[in-house]
Design a protein around this ligand. Structure first.
Ligand code: ATP
Ligand code: LTN
Length: 237
């Protein structure tokens, strides 16, 4: 099969509180790639509902993420900005991929372990198969490059494994191209301001843990002043 044409796809969940990590780790990089690639940027509302979402808030947050894409410089005239639930083929392909991915592969996903917490029995089944839906987002468009933050590296590896197994099982070499993660820029993993061992996250209950894209200069200054720092004294030089 001939070389797949380069195509970028990435997604951001409409779960509110877009922060500096989302910007530096993902959205900023979306902008630069538009020069050289055909790009699709998706607001992944089906991913968001793996944990409970108030329907009205979900709709508002979906528009907010789309607005953030545009404000950051994503060009919807020459590229594609859309929300996942509007394209039923994401869920359809995800089902097929649920039948390709192995339980053992999903059991290794660290994000599921973190998000499900101690009471795994109470996590939604959707949260467990979430990485298969992400693989469907990418493979549906035969995307070749996927700009994401560091935390998504494992999910991208899974998407490659799924693509490879599908191609092998159905004797269809190259049917799905292997998607390449693009983990780039000065800050691929921005840490929480409250706990330096965790990444900055939308879902952290403390607003002081993150700098959001809508914070004022005063709010940012306050958060930085309150941020947890190293307990050791500063070195002289
Ligand atoms: P949640 O806390 O709800 O899981 P999130 O903050 O991880 O949300 P996502 O919508 O899951 O945000 O991620 C959107 C993009 O931002 C992804 O490419 C992800 O890798 C990136 N990203 C998220 N947090 C960080 C971070 N702290 N540093 C760098 N990139 C990040
Ligand atoms: N799982 C990702 C969001 C996401 C995504 C995608 C990223 C869903 N589908 C496809 C890249 C490509 C997250 O939680 N950050």
């Amino acid at each position: 099969m001939h070389e797949p044409s380069p195509r970028v796809l990435s997604g951001v969940q409409p779960t509110g509180n877009l922060h500096l990590g989302n910007y530096l780790g993902a959205i900023r990089n979306f902008v630069g790639l538009q020069e050289s690639h055909e790009c699709l940027y998706c607001v992944v509302d089906l991913h968001a509902i793996t944990v409970f979402q108030d329907p009205a808030e979900l709709a508002a947050n979906t528009r907010e993420v789309a607005a953030a894409f545009l404000a950051a410089g994503v060009d919807p005239k020459n590229h594609i900005v859309f929300n996942q639930a509007q394209v039923p083929q994401h869920a359809e392909l995800a089902w097929v991929l649920n039948c390709v991915a192995r339980m053992g592969w999903l059991n290794r996903m660290t994000q599921f372990k973190e998000k499900a917490g101690k009471d795994r029995e109470k996590a939604s089944v959707g949260l467990y198969v979430y990485p298969n839906l992400m693989a469907a987002d990418i493979l549906l468009y035969r995307a070749t490059h996927v700009p994401v933050g560091e935390d998504q590296k494992q999910h991208l590896e899974l998407a490659r494994d799924i693509a490879q197994k599908f191609n092998n099982d159905f004797d269809a070499a190259g049917f799905f191209p292997m998607p390449e993660p693009l983990i780039q820029g000065p800050a691929t993993r921005v840490m929480s301001l409250r706990d330096g061992s965790k990444k900055m996250s939308k879902s952290d209950p403390s607003d002081l843990s993150r700098i959001t894209m809508l914070d004022s200069a005063d709010e940012i200054a306050k958060k930085i002043r309150k941020a947890k720092t190293d307990a050791d004294v500063l070195p002289d030089t």
